[in-house]
Design a protein around this ligand. Structure first.
Ligand SMILES: NC(=O)c1ccc[n+]([C@@H]2O[C@H](COP(=O)([O-])OP(=O)(O)OC[C@H]3O[C@@H](n4cnc5c(N)ncnc54)[C@H](OP(=O)(O)O)[C@@H]3O)[C@@H](O)[C@H]2O)c1
Length: 441
């Protein structure tokens, strides 16, 4: 493409991210042109509602409400999908890749569920597929795993990959506010959607962890194998108790490869020792830690969402692809580290079976014998207790005891069996809160 005069970008979607990309193309035009060699130009834009006013001015003639026109337009050299959802995003990206057009997407739900199909289509057609913005916003994790860390076998990746949840948990810890108030504040400040369920139920984080695990471990991941638990059950009591034991509570995504025998991908609230660097990643920030035998542990931190950071990540991919178009084959056509067909699927290890240390909070009637009723089933199932705090208070006219324990390392199934036994005795006044501990296990 030696005579390239400009690189034409087609935007599918012109919402938070799409407008951000157009703004950055406009505001950083000189820098981008200097770095790519030719200007980047937005040449086509698809939206759902053509009548809606837009935050960035573009020629109205560029807009269409048929997103396939973006894919088909010969002026579009790079297709940028920032529309979201599974359909028609999947069909649009397949159409673009089948034409051999490079694609950039920020759509984590799409990649988590249909990634294999898209990676295979990209590879088969020699079309480039980039997705840095889909995981951790501006954090350059895809590029780091496929570039700087490519010489390492990686068995563990974990992190805080949802800014909404991190913001809510941070406010609960810092201000002592309840979950509902912290969520309302996050919505007021634009950190949480009007319908926050995909974020607070852990689904968005699970999407990102599924994509990350597939990339880091060179194995396909079925999204349905990812264990997901959100932050809705975390109360200020748990946050205070965690602090008393020297921990903070984070929504953590954990991906681990157990030799070549199994792979574990889970998202859940976790207690993190306060002296671990990730414990001080607060507010809407994201952080991803990658462990490799030779490289040690690395943590990448940055804004995980928002217009500027996400647009920056999208445009970073666009710039890379544009340089490839201008200079020739400067960019690897592979979407993953290894050829898609060479990857072996590993059996999933469900979170319920994963070993670990646990925080348990029991709420019981304050009667004699309660402590034995809690500790005996745990002991019988081989779950030993490392430390314990008991507090009493009155609730509904009855003396209530909150018993909080940290266990030593125990199997997930053994713990579940012990808890079911305790539950069967009829002494609990509310469901037991179970939170995994990370770090010193
Ligand atoms: N927002 C973030 O901070 C962030 C961060 C990382 C990744 N992402 C991902 O980026 C993607 C876009 O997110 P966003 O926040 O920018 O979403 P958004 O504000 O809701 O924007 C979506 C855009 O897509 C258009 N659209 C939706 N369905 C369409 C259809 N069938 N045909 C044509 N256009 C259609 C909408 O058109 P109208 O404007 O006419 O409604 C809108 O312009 C999602 O996959 C999201 O997960 C977002």
């Amino acid at each position: 493409m030696g005579e390239t005069k400009r690189v034409g970008v087609g935007l599918i979607g012109f919402g938070v991210v799409g407008e951000g990309v157009a703004r950055l193309v406009r505001d950083n035009a000189a820098t981008l042109t200097a770095r790519i060699g030719v200007p980047i130009e937005v040449v086509r834009v698809a939206v759902r509602d053509l009548s809606r006013p837009r935050g960035v001015e573009l020629d109205p003639a560029l807009f269409t409400d048929d997103p396939f026109r973006v894919v088909d337009d010969p002026k579009v050299d790079i297709v940028v999908e920032v529309m979201g959802g599974e359909h028609p995003a999947l069909e649009l990206l397949l159409a673009a890749l089948n034409k051999g057009k490079p694609v950039v997407t920020a759509n984590k739900a799409l990649l988590a569920i249909h990634g294999e199909q898209l990676y295979a289509a990209a590879e088969k057609n020699g079309a480039r597929l980039r997705y840095e913005a889909a995981i951790g916003g501006v954090i350059p994790i895809v590029r780091t795993l496929t570039g700087a860390f490519a010489a390492n076998r990686i068995d563990t990746v974990y992190g805080i990959v949802n800014g909404t949840c991190n913001y809510i948990l941070t406010r609960m810890a810092e201000e002592g506010v309840g979950y509902d108030d912290a969520l309302a504040e996050a919505q007021r400040l634009g950190y949480a959607e009007a319908d926050p369920s995909v974020d607070v139920e852990g689904i968005d984080a699970a999407h990102k962890m599924a994509i990350l695990a597939a990339l880091a471990f060179d194995t396909p991941i079925d999204f349905s194998d990812v264990s997901v638990e959100g932050i809705g059950r975390i109360s200020p009591v748990d946050i205070d108790m965690a602090a008393a034991f020297g921990y903070g509570i984070k929504l953590l995504g954990v991906a681990r490869r157990h030799d070549d025998a199994a792979v574990e991908v889970r998202v859940h609230p976790a207690m993190v020792p306060l002296d671990m660097p990730i414990a001080s990643v607060n507010g809407a920030l994201n952080a991803i830690e990658v462990e490799g035998a030779e490289m040690g542990t690395n943590m990448l931190v940055g804004p995980g969402a928002g217009q500027g950071p996400t647009a920056s990540a999208v445009l970073g991919d666009v710039a890379d692809l544009a340089r490839g178009l201008v200079d020739g084959a400067a960019v690897s056509p592979r979407p993953m580290n290894v050829p898609v067909a060479s990857r072996v699927k590993l059996p999933p290890l469900p979170a319920s079976k994963a070993e670990g240390r646990f925080y348990l909070r029991f709420t019981t009637s304050d009667r004699p014998g309660i402590m034995a009723a809690l500790t005996k089933p745990l002991g019988d199932h081989g779950v030993s207790i490392a430390s314990m705090i008991q507090t009493e208070h009155e609730s509904d006219g009855e003396e209530t005891a909150a018993v909080v324990m940290l266990t030593h390392r125990a199997g997930g199934e053994a713990l579940a069996a012990a808890l079911a036994e305790i539950d069967g005795v009829g002494i609990l006044r509310s469901p037991t809160v179970v939170i995994r501990l990370v770090g010193d296990a």
